[in-house]
Design a protein around this ligand. Structure first.
Ligand SMILES: [Fe+2]
Ligand SMILES: [Fe+2]
Length: 287
């Protein structure tokens, strides 16, 4: 019998089961919220964790950002890119690192992370194009929007097999098969992971609602941005979201983001160009 949501939530909250992010990230979050914090304060904090520093600098120096000269320390990266971006790159490096080398069972992990990265690049591009307030959270939101599927694959293996079998038989969305098999879906499990990682509530809400963005205003623009970014990554066939469906963008999302066909074309262009330069992000999963 499928486990109920209370049992699954306990699995997620259990410290050994879901990877924890470096404790330094919680401290960084605190410091970033302080308006008087300096680049040096944040730089000093990240630099305490050598592995995190190396991975963050690798992303800072990736082709995705295309700086002509190598940025060799965190404080300098903060001066050039800003607090929020460097914090989010440290977060991205930690998430990718926490899940590296995982991959067994019926779930296509390589395809999954390609889809997640493409969604992150699309969300980042879209947030900039629509001048959303949540630009800095969009990349991380896109990257982890489907993290609940990893929980399903890693910790609920029999249920995952059943979900994937239904997806294959009926060519349906994973989210619909999950609701049938479990009674809830990867969005909710993803929200629990985001809460465990102490991500901002808007980000957690965006993860929960990315398949039904019209149902809430809780996550602000971020919900709509992740919703569209997920569909664009699917439409362009980058990686695999676990099923082959390309859902429609919700009517409320078009209105809420005030999005037109011209902007969508621009974002598609940004996504293709950005994804082509984002190889370092995927390599962090394999290194
Ligand atoms: Fe999803
Ligand atoms: Fe997705």
């Amino acid at each position: 019998m499928a486990r109920d949501r209370v049992q699954v939530r306990k699995v997620i909250e259990g410290t050994q089961e879901i990877p924890t992010l470096p404790t330094v990230l919680a401290k960084i979050n605190e410091v970033v919220r302080n308006p008087r914090a300096s680049a040096n304060d944040v730089g000093t904090l990240i630099s305490q964790d050598q592995a995190l520093t190396a991975k963050t600098l690798r992303l800072v120096n990736s082709a995705f950002y295309g700086f002509p000269r190598k940025i060799s320390n965190i404080t300098r990266a903060i001066v050039i890119l800003g607090f929020q971006k460097v914090k989010n790159l440290a977060l991205t490096a930690s998430v990718l690192d926490a899940f590296k080398g995982k991959g067994a069972g019926p779930f296509d992990y390589v395809g999954f992370w390609k889809h997640s990265l493409a969604t992150a690049v699309a969300a980042d591009a879209l947030a900039k194009r629509v001048r959303a307030a949540d630009v800095e959270d969009a990349f991380v939101g896109g990257l982890i929007h489907d993290i609940g599927k990893v929980v399903l694959a890693q910790f609920l293996a029999p249920e995952c097999e059943e979900v994937m079998a239904r997806v294959r038989e009926r060519d349906c969305l994973m989210v619909d098969a999950e609701k049938e098999v479990l009674g809830f879906h990867h969005g909710l499990m993803g929200e629990w992971v985001a809460e465990k990682w102490q991500f901002p509530p808007r980000l957690a809400a965006a993860i929960r609602m990315h398949h039904t963005p019209g149902a809430t205003r809780e996550g602000g623009d971020l919900v709509n941005i992740v919703h569209v970014a997920d569909i664009l990554a699917r439409a362009l066939g980058i990686g695999s979201g676990g099923d082959a469906r390309i859902p429609q963008v919700s009517a409320e999302t078009w209105d809420n983001l005030d999005l037109g066909p011209r902007q969508v074309d621009q974002v598609v262009d940004d996504l293709l160009k950005g994804y082509a330069k984002a190889g370092d992000f995927l390599e962090l999963l394999q290194s």
